[in-house]
Design a protein around this ligand. Structure first.
Ligand code: TEU
Length: 545
């Protein structure tokens, strides 16, 4: 019925991620802002996305660039005002785009008034709002838990004479979700934004909400990893399985409360970020199943350095299908935390332009929702920054072993010949790499051979074919380079075939009746009987006769 909101809009949605510092600067200070985003919304609408997810813009001392919030109910002056955000929502809605906020509630900034109060004494009303624990008798931290950004997860506080826990920077103290008052305060924050008209949330580090109150040590590093010469020696990320402080079963009850709140609104949806290298898909299944937890979770399987392959796609999607009969995943190839996939995977491809087209078509054909990271539609590469240019504390700490996350956070490029690619009239907070200018929006727009026009065409094709948006998935063939699957939704079917390699390939589906192409998007592919022939980096879409 017209006027009835589609509660299911998130299923198969294409969500465009904006990193607000780097999208568009409207006031000439070298940092992007909300007014700048408003100016550029037509680009996202023209791309064909369903929603935007804006990385954090609430008040923050910016130690982790907004992922350290000091006021959940106000906009940081660097980005604008609440009135600017209201205008952004209105304009996005006018263009048919949903707006998702990035809610960073696992931790706050150390400058949040809650933490200031909590650290002031052991008896204040918020004394138990964060995770505090006494030192061991020898003065060392309560457990061996490690912070993702390096070192112990415990920071000594001289006033309370206790340690507080932080999974990330010491400036990001971890909220104690076991305290019902904390949960309530966070639900109130969520309601504040829902009442302002947001359509949903990207929930930062959703699997870190609860810690184990038993404070057990984690098992020591597996011996085979201890001698792993490829492991960054100082960076524990992925090298300690945080058995006791992540993905607690208690979280499901909180997620149910969160979902009940969202369900009070006509069509609010949430996507939780699950960064878990060991049990990622299992956690996504647990958090999204049952229809009473979050709608979908963002999985890390295709954000890893390991190059995507047909086999990997099949394994990941089939594994997920097995553990999650009613769960829903959200896939991404790039974001503000990892090396851009144009470089991560595309670096050694003989024809990177063609490679990026076929992997884009593959991403947007998978069963699940999709996140596209700003600039991915242009083929932006990872920027190679000098140490002096780095802003990310994570990179500064582990340089040069790990260069941090600034290389994927450089500004969007809009106009090739404008200063700083049209991003800002001032010196941008991170430089615009010279090689990005040729990829600017104005260079690609209207050129049918460009990656940008490829994304636009593909998203229109996807929208016109419900099987690609909401359909089931079944794999028909997969090897290193080739992957073929069928998506089915009601009476609609779509066979999707991709060749991720530079050399031609063909797949015999062994079907007597044959195949026919669906017009609209295949490139460098054709069907002959039950065989699909794919050129290098080719894709083919069709159906069984
Ligand atoms: O990231 C969570 C997370 O797991 C990160 O450690 C990520 O895997 C890492 O940056 C990879 O290099 C979220 C945000 O996306 C990130 O920007 C924040 O720094 C982090 O939470 C803390 O809020």
């Amino acid at each position: 019925t017209p006027g009835t909101p589609d509660r299911d809009w998130w299923r198969g949605a294409v969500i465009y991620q904006i990193y607000p510092r780097s999208y568009q600067d409207s006031n000439g200070d070298g940092v992007g802002d909300l007014r700048g985003i408003i100016q550029r919304l037509p680009h996202i609408a023209a791309l064909g996305a369903d929603a935007i997810w804006i990385s954090p813009f609430c008040k923050s001392p910016m130690k982790d660039f907004g992922y350290d919030v000091s006021d959940y109910c106000d906009v940081d002056p660097l980005f604008g005002t609440l009135a600017d955000f209201d205008a952004l929502i209105a304009e996005a809605h006018r263009l048919g785009l949903k707006v998702m906020m990035d809610e960073v509630i696992s931790h706050t900034s150390e400058e949040h008034p809650w933490f200031k109060e909590s650290r002031s004494s052991r008896t204040n009303p918020k004394a138990d709002w964060y995770v505090w624990a006494d030192a061991k008798p020898d003065g060392t931290p309560p457990t061996n838990w490690l912070s993702i950004f390096g070192g112990s997860a415990w920071q000594w506080d001289t006033r309370r004479q206790q340690y507080y826990m932080h999974n990330f920077l010491a400036e990001q103290p971890d909220l104690n979700f076991h305290n019902p008052e904390v949960q309530q305060a966070l639900l109130d924050v969520t309601r504040f934004w829902l009442d302002r008209g947001v359509d949903g949330f990207r929930l930062d580090t959703i699997n870190f909400y609860f810690h184990s109150q038993g404070l057990e040590d984690n098992p020591p590093l597996a011996p085979e990893l201890r001698n792993d010469q490829t492991a960054p020696s100082v960076n524990p990320y992925n090298y300690q399985d945080h058995l006791y402080d992540k993905s607690r079963p208690e979280n499901l009850d909180f997620l149910r409360r969160f979902r009940a709140l969202l369900d009070e609104y006509p069509a609010a949806a949430a996507v939780g970020e699950v960064g878990d290298s060991q049990r990622g898909l299992q956690v996504v299944a647990e958090y999204t199943g049952g229809g009473d937890r979050v709608h979908m979770c963002y999985a890390f399987d295709f954000l890893a350095p390991q190059k995507i392959s047909g086999t990997k796609v099949k394994t990941v999607l089939e594994d997920f299908g097995r553990v999650a009969s009613d769960g829903w995943a959200c896939w991404a190839f790039s974001n503000h935390d990892v090396k851009r996939h144009a470089s991560r995977w595309g670096e050694d491809e003989p024809d990177r332009g063609a490679y990026l087209k076929v992997v884009a078509a593959l991403l947007m054909s998978l069963r699940g929702s999709v996140c596209i990271y700003q600039g991915e539609e242009l083929g932006l590469t990872e920027a190679d920054l000098a140490f002096e240019e780095l802003q990310d504390p994570y990179g500064i700490r582990f340089w040069p072993e790990f260069k941090g996350r600034d290389g994927c956070r450089t500004p969007m490029v809009w106009v090739a010949t404008a200063p700083n690619g049209g991003f800002s009239t001032a010196k941008p907070w991170l430089p615009v790499p010279a090689e990005h200018l040729a990829m600017a929006v104005n260079r690609q727009e209207g050129d049918p051979a460009s990656l940008l026009e490829h994304y636009r065409r593909f998203l229109a094709f996807r929208r016109a074919n419900p099987a690609l948006v909401k359909g089931d998935i079944e794999f028909l063939a997969a090897d290193e380079n080739v992957v073929v699957f069928i998506r089915e939704y009601g009476n609609e079917q779509m066979v999707c075939a991709f060749n991720l390699g530079a050399r031609p390939a063909s797949v015999d589906l062994g079907d007597e009746t044959g195949l026919e192409a669906v017009e609209g998007h295949g490139f460098a592919g054709k069907a002959e009987g039950g065989k699909i022939k794919l050129g290098g980096y080719g894709a083919w879409f069709g159906r069984f006769l």
